[in-house]
Design a protein around this ligand. Sequence first.
Ligand code: CU
Length: 375
Amino acid sequence: MEFGNKARAASLAIKALCLSLALAIAPQPALAAPPAAAASATAAGPAATAPAAIEAAAPAAAASEAAKPVPGAFYERMKPTEGIGMPVDGGITLQKQFSPLGEYAHWIHDSLLLPVIFIICIFVLALLVWVVVRYNRRANPVPSKTSHNTFIEVIWTLVPVLILVGIAIPSIDLLAKQFKPAPAKALTIKITGNQWFWTYTYPDNGGFEFTSYMLNLKDSPVVNNGVREVGSDPSDGPSHLEVDNRMVVPVGEPIRLQITAADVIHAFAVPSLWFKLDAVPGRINEKVLMVERPGVYYGQCSELCGVKHGYMPIAIEALPRDKFNAWVLTQAGGVIDGQKAPAEVAAPAVGATAGAGASTAEATAAASASAAPAA
Ligand SMILES: [Cu+2]
């Protein structure tokens, strides 16, 4: 009896500890309506969707192919792939993941946590049903006087402890991996949250900086003055998530994101890249971002930051290194390894887009993309 009490007390303490650990690292619910259907919508799987994403970028690639060492500063906005890097209709689980940590976390969620939760729920339900049916007053008029059973108490203390340890090991591993600092040579991008837009700065590429606003919504009051409507460019993604100037990153390499805020607390969150970090005024939070394949990935501010909190989405465009370099050189002051784009090459790139009879939307996008950094 004494042992049973002690075991109970010990199990409570361990449970509290493990639960708080598990809660601290539990996967964050994805934004908006995350995609369960993503799996089926993109049933063809990563193999099929990856080429689609790459294909979307193909024209840009072809165009910048010739200008590899000092690219001709050509950049074309990538067309997002439906259901990839964005919420999908009817989605109820995590978004499909495109970073190594995201895949690991997704595995923990789908293959470890959900089965454990399911089995425990079924087990407890079965016990309840058994008690209700077998030990109600009619079926069991003379109840047993048993108050303790040391063997059972040891079992129901040990088994939960083992379950929680089994969950804690990969969880703590994931937690540790998430806070592993970036390698010294990693590209650094500084992100500043503002009411109600994001500012992106590239200190390793000449320190250019630009703002990123949500696109206006069709047939809705103007949200962000002077920004075009979503859908006016073929490369536009979902409404409420697409922005005028995307944060462009190289694919397949660790990137050091330094996140801060200019006014109130915001949070930089992109569900499909398993990334969420608070943007706190007067403080820099740092975390590594790694995107596994080219594409456009959407997120939102995830800290209630004022009246237009819901109107400061995040769009990350991941490009292969050479295309990323080409994009950098389209930015005013953009530098690759201390090398600037020849002014005569960079300038006509924008003019050429407009002159070549591209849609005005594209021209506006290109103009605003290159004008923003100057501001
Ligand atoms: Cu915010």
